[in-house]
Ligand binder design. Structure first.
Ligand SMILES: [Ca+2]
Ligand SMILES: [Ca+2]
Length: 95
């Protein structure tokens, strides 16, 4: 980790490297197969993603319908998770 990076900067690096770490495991290095996506969810996002079945989630995110997730499609997931988190935090603040 580069010195002097803020927590937020590190978090972004983590999110981006998480994609490439898993996308590089099989097939195309720039896209996630459903196998790779499954592993990514289990290993990196176990608590946030339990509620939706993998295949449904993949279909929902797969904008160009090639049954794999490119970075842009993966990033939609991050956006959705961030939105859900934001709602949590907002609700907590109200109480
Ligand atoms: Ca791949
Ligand atoms: Ca796709």
């Amino acid at each position: 980790m580069a010195e002097g990076q803020s927590e937020v900067e590190q978090a972004i690096v983590t999110l981006v490297s998480c994609f490439y770490k898993h996308a590089g495991e099989e097939g195309q290095r720039e896209t996630l197969t459903s196998e790779e996506f499954n592993k990514l969810l289990n290993e990196e996002l176990p608590q946030l993603t339990q509620d939706v079945p993998l295949e449904d989630r993949l279909k929902e995110l797969d904008l160009n319908k090639d049954s794999e997730l490119n970075f842009k499609e993966y990033w939609r997931l991050i956006g959705e998770l961030a939105k859900a988190k934001q709602k949590d935090l907002k609700d907590k603040k109200k109480k």
